[in-house]
Design a protein. Structure first.
Ligand SMILES: Nc1ncnc2c1ncn2[C@@H]1O[C@H](COP(=O)(O)OP(=O)(O)OP(=O)(O)O)[C@@H](O)[C@H]1O
Ligand SMILES: [Zn+2]
Length: 474
């Protein structure tokens, strides 16, 4: 069976044929680490996590590279606003850690490698030099230290988004005065006296820093080779970012990506969820409302190319969906324990329709329909005491949820942080019960003493309609 992907450049579904048999090289544009991750960023990372998992499940060795853009105008501006202009890198690192934590919480696997742009400046400079040597880039004549890509020199400029150059908008990434054409974009940005000294790298064109687009061209080639299989990122990056990556890499002589894939955006009220629009829903806000597993389900369930309109209501549906799967797995586990089917279904794999759906441009909605149908059949087999069938269906369900990263029985989703946490929970629950009994018998002094003892131990308790809950005092 062959995986088929929608290639944005061909604007068609194409059979996936790897450059090297049995291997997939994937590059995905990672975040500009300027501010906390919102769920749009997470959806993007999750889509490629599922794609990678499916390639692995299909027998490929996958080299998966997702970068961190840790030098950029937006980072310098955010650091200046915080009053830590020279130490912009500390802001970038702090935000990078937030992204990593958010990825981990959703079970998004760490990439094979996660390069930071600042560690590949030499490689970026080499591509720029090749472009100058080939007549496709020029240093600005105005002494700014900028170097631009000469869009007029590259006949296929615009091929990714099928735009004629004359209809394209001007590149708004630098002072247009040194440009031959307003559409020319910056490969290198000369250092300005108002910018932090620590943001200037030595270069043949004077001190400066790389443009955003050249970062990805250099990191993709450095870690995956001059030509590689798949390039991914959000639909918002098709133009100008990916158009420019493609132009500069191919003009420099690299084969670059053979397939371009783009995830649909998370929108709010019809607009892209974006930091700058102030409509972001942050990862931690969702995990306060629902389990991380339900959040993963919610962000992963739609087809990766569709737009996802966020609404908090859909969280409850996702929670119900994962509960259904969890309930079946727990139920079947209990029923089979101690029978000769206890280990049954261990060698089961996913149904053919599941694989067909996933092969067809990563058809997760159809694949989930197969999963839920298998859960339904499993419950029916249990109702009918057909344990052999139930065991086999359990195996199929496990195979499917594992490949999608939504196995409710995975330790990753366990809320229990270990034996110490269980012991603490037991003791605190006991004290909460004593306090409840004291209040019931109107012994307010005893009730207050228990609350004070817990507070001294760093534990806050809160009474609500669903009972008394405790947490470590922050
Ligand atoms: N709302 C969104 N929905 C889906 N993917 C998104 C969304 N916003 C960003 N992405 C994707 O996340 C990855 C990292 O994005 P990047 O840091 O460039 O975000 P950004 O577009 O600058 O975000 P923002 O607009 O919030 O500042 C990219 O692949 C990008 O396409
Ligand atoms: Zn990129």
């Amino acid at each position: 069976m062959t995986v088929r992907l929608h290639d944005s450049k061909a604007q068609a579904l194409r059979d996936f044929v790897p450059l090297e048999e049995g291997h997939v090289g994937m590059y995905v544009c990672g975040p500009t680490v300027q501010s906390s991750p919102h769920i749009g960023h997470l959806r993007s990372a999750l889509v490629y996590d599922i794609m990678r998992r499916w390639f692995v499940a299909s027998g490929y060795a996958v080299t998966f590279v997702r970068n961190v853009t840790d030098i950029d105008d937006k980072i310098l501006n955010a650091a200046a606003e915080e009053g830590i202009g020279e130490q912009w890198w500390s802001l970038a690192y702090r935000v990078e850690l937030e992204f990593t934590a958010a990825y981990n919480a959703l079970g998004i696997l760490p990439p094979t490698y996660e390069p930071r742009a600042t560690a590949s400046v030499t490689q970026m400079q080499r591509i720029i030099q090749r472009l100058i040597d080939r007549g496709h880039a020029y240093p600005a004549p105005d002494g700014s230290g900028d170097v631009y890509f000469d869009t007029g020199s590259w006949p296929t400029y615009g091929e990714l988004t099928r735009q004629a150059r004359e209809n394209m908008e001007a590149a708004a990434d630098s002072d247009p005065r040194g440009k031959r054409d307003p559409r020319d974009f910056a490969l290198w940005k000369g250092h300005k006296p108002t910018e932090p000294r620590s943001a200037g790298w030595e270069s043949p064109w004077g001190p400066g820093r790389p443009g955003w687009h050249i970062e990805c061209s250099a990191m993709a080639a450095r870690y995956l080779g001059a030509e590689f299989d798949i390039h991914g990122g959000g639909l918002d990056l098709r133009f100008p970012h990916h158009e420019n990556e493609l132009a500069q890499s191919t003009a420099a002589g690299d084969g670059f990506a053979r397939y371009w894939v783009h995830n649909g955006l998370v929108n709010v009220g019809g607009q892209k969820m974006s930091k700058s629009l102030g409509n972001s829903v942050y990862a931690h806000e969702l995990t306060a409302l629902a389990s991380p597993l339900a959040v993963r389900y919610l962000l992963g369930q739609a087809h990766y190319r569709s737009t996802l309109d966020y609404s908090a209501d859909s969280l409850a549906e996702s929670e119900a969906a994962v509960d259904r799967i969890r309930t079946f797995l727990t139920r079947v586990e209990r029923r089979l324990a101690g029978t000769r089917y206890a280990e049954g279904g261990a060698d089961a794999t996913w149904p053919d329709q599941f694989a067909e759906a996933m092969d067809d441009d990563l058809g997760v909605p159809q694949a989930l329909a197969v999963l839920h149908e298998t859960v339904r059949a499993g419950n029916q087999a249990l109702d009918g005491e057909d344990l052999a069938t139930a065991a086999d269906l359990r195996g199929q369900v496990l195979a499917m949820v594992r490949v999608l990263g939504i196995d409710p029985t995975d330790r990753l989703w366990a809320t229990d942080a270990g034996p110490a946490a269980t012991a603490l929970d037991t003791l605190v629950a006991r004290l909460i019960e004593d306090r409840r009994a004291a209040r019931a018998s109107k012994d307010w002094a005893a009730a207050d003493r228990i609350r004070a003892e817990l507070a001294d131990a760093g534990i806050t308790i809160e009474d609500s309609q669903t009972g008394t809950h405790w947490s470590l005092t922050s």
